[in-house]
Design a protein around this ligand. Structure first.
Ligand code: M6R
Length: 617
């Protein structure tokens, strides 16, 4: 979704801003723009299209300003166009603003401003913000107006008080040429601390080459950023101090490292991501430990239901989590899509543990679903890949996958790390509760430890998958079938294919096929079957036999011995515990989608209409 960058220091701001926007391209966008303070006025350069197009705008190289704000827009209100691109200015060209999020009451605010003589040049919700700032700057409460230095901040605060919805905002004005004012609510914003310069971004990777020291802005918190200082204020404009967080991510880890695409790089990083996620959380012969959370036996014994709540791929990780929690901990577990959970009045109380999975930790629906559970007295546990992300700051407990930055829109290493981490969490709970035998847990630990080398085996032999992709990349429809955790991973395989190859696909529980979807199977349709659970081999084969009879072309991903001659293609992967087999069986499906997308000549890392971090509802 939209991305924000800001710079204030001694360098020319434009290159820093554009470089930052390029690092945020992965979030998904359709237009880009910057604004800098040039002498006594604001210069805005913006257009629809790619960030690199900004370099073609006349006069952009002449910008000398050392203070600037920048934005990539993912259209919500109004189509992608120059007028709708950010930054937006007020009618008097005194204030420039970039904004991520959605202003839900913008029509009301537009009407109010129109009645007060303001005009609008765009269809965006954002354009009300600079005009509101102007309105309050000129009509604000006397107490604010009295102190000229605080007047800009006071006007931003008054404007923000009128907003309903979510926002991360940067504002500049030649009236206060040495500061950028920022504020956020339900949309991420970080400030990077440099030497005689400071940086602002919606996402850490955008400014990671400049600094590793970050202030993570909280909801309803304001910051006045100047080149030597950052001042923080609460919603009543009372100033406070804020601690710096050192982020250990390596800037190179956010680069492509010689790979053609981020997605391919991230697929190949999975063995490392799993090793890092296991880290020191367990060793063979020793109990699991989570130093970062303090969950007691007394509390766990009181939990009578677990919810996994998430979106997209993270939701698919939650589905595997259900099997793990129910099998190892014997606690009834439900899995919800966050956008459904938050509006369906789920039955939650202090005996419910709600686990939220989010790679970015910034997904609007997941955060809202977490706040809902807290308000019902449930304990909340966040699983995220981003230290200090919004979800981890809201949750009672937070644990991290250590997958490193995931840039490609299609999630790969985050998924496998999430499943691994949930497996460790389930073992940890089971050890506290005594709900599984030591030998069962010890075997699962050893299976988990073996996973990275088994992933390496799959990654060392990708020709078969590539060849299969070449045969089917022109198809229009595909089906993914499985039972149990094979069904869970079929959903992930199908999502991956849809989002980066634009091929329509469906995943079904194999036994459900004959209750309707089988009507869609006809000559030549591709069906991908996943069979990794020894107890379900025969039943799964029977289901796939049913589609073969109706003319389907089949690819089977399996770690079992299955009869020869039935299927068109069989891809054998290493064997492991069915509870964690999605970590292995998903790899060929990730690669299949990747190669299909490449054969189709599509942009693998930035699929159409999608954003990496979905920070609006
Ligand atoms: O950052 P999150 O894990 O909360 O993101 C959730 C989904 O938006 C994400 O998994 C999405 O489905 C991916 N594009 C899937 O590849």
């Amino acid at each position: 979704m939209c991305g924000i960058v800001g710079y204030i220091g001694n360098k020319k701001a434009t290159p820093v801003l554009i470089d930052g926007l390029l690092c945020l391209e992965y979030r998904g966008y359709d237009s880009a723009g910057i604004a800098t303070i040039e002498n006594d006025s604001i210069k805005v350069m913006k257009d629809k299209g790619r960030v690199n197009n900004l370099y073609n705008l006349e006069g952009i190289n002449d910008l000398e300003g050392t203070v600037g704000i920048a934005h990539t827009r993912w259209a919500t209100h109004g189509k992608p166009s120059k007028e709708n691109s950010h930054p937006h200015m007020d009618n008097s060209n005194t204030f420039a603003v970039v904004h991520n999020g959605i202003i839900e009451n913008y029509s009301e605010l537009r009407e109010f401003l129109s009645k007060n003589g303001y005009n609008f040049l765009s269809q965006t919700d954002t354009e009300v913000i600079p005009n509101l700032i102007h309105y309050y700057y000129t009509n604000g409460p006397v107490s604010i107006l009295e102190n000229i230095n605080e007047r800009f901040l006071g006007a931003v605060k008054s404007a923000v008080n009128d907003l309903k919805g979510s926002y991360a905002i940067e504002a500049i004005s030649p009236i206060c040429p040495n500061e950028i004012i920022v504020v956020r609510k339900d949309s991420p914003l970080v400030i990077g601390k440099g030497k005689s310069e400071n940086f602002i971004a919606s996402d850490i990777p955008a400014i990671l080459t400049h600094t590793k020291d970050f202030y993570l802005l909280d909801d309803n918190e304001f910051a006045v950023v100047s080149k030597n200082k950052v001042r923080f204020f609460d919603n009543s404009l009372i100033e406070h101090n804020k601690a710096i967080k050192n982020i250990e991510w390596d800037a190179n880890a956010a680069g492509k490292d010689g790979y053609e695409d981020y997605m391919l790089k991230e697929i190949n990083e999975q063995p490392t991501a799993i090793r890092e996620t296991i880290g020191s959380r367990f060793k063979l012969g020793e109990k699991c430990s989570f130093h970062d959370i303090d969950i007691t036996k007394e509390y766990l014994s009181s939990v009578n239901r677990i919810f996994f709540v998430a979106c997209g791929t993270a939701w698919h990780a939650g589905l595997v989590g259900k099997a793990l929690m129910e099998n190892l901990c014997k606690i009834p577990t439900e899995v919800d899509i966050a956008s459904e959970f938050r509006y369906r009045n789920p039955i939650i109380d202090e005996h419910t543990l709600c686990i939220y999975i989010s790679q970015s930790g910034e997904t609007a629906d997941t955060i809202a679903a977490l706040k809902l559970a807290k308000s019902h007295g449930a304990k909340t546990l966040a699983i995220s890949n981003v230290i200090g992300s919004s979800i981890t700051r809201e949750a009672d407990y937070s644990i991290y996958t250590h997958a490193g930055p995931e840039i490609a829109v299609a999630s790969t290493k985050a998924y496998t790390s999430q499943v691994a981490l949930v497996a460790i969490l389930a073992m940890y709970f089971a050890e506290i509760l005594g709900t599984s035998s030591e030998s069962e847990i010890e075997k699962l630990k050893s299976d988990l430890i073996d996973l990275p080398s088994k992933i390496e085996q799959i990654l060392a032999n990708t020709d078969e998958i590539k060849n299969f992709a070449k045969k089917i990349y022109t198809e229009k429809d595909m089906f993914f079938l499985g039972r149990g955790t094979d069904y869970n991973v079929a959903l992930e395989g199908s999502l991956k294919l849809k989002e980066i190859s634009y091929i329509h696909s469906e995943a079904y529980a194999a036994g459900e096929l004959k209750h309707g979807p089988i009507a869609l199977i006809e000559n030549g349709v591709t069906v991908i079957g996943i069979i990794t659970n020894p107890d379900l081999v025969e039943k799964s084969i029977s289901n796939i036999q049913e589609v073969i009879t109706r003319g389907a072309k089949t690819l089977i991903i399996t770690n079992q011995i299955i009869p020869n001659g039935h299927f068109d293609y069989v891809l054998t992967i290493p064997e492991t515990n069915p509870l964690i087999s999605p970590i292995l069986s998903v790899i060929p499906m990730q690669l299949l989608s990747y190669y299909i997308s490449k054969f189709k000549g599509l942009d693998v890392d930035k699929p159409r209409n999608l954003a990496k971090s979905v920070t609006v509802e």
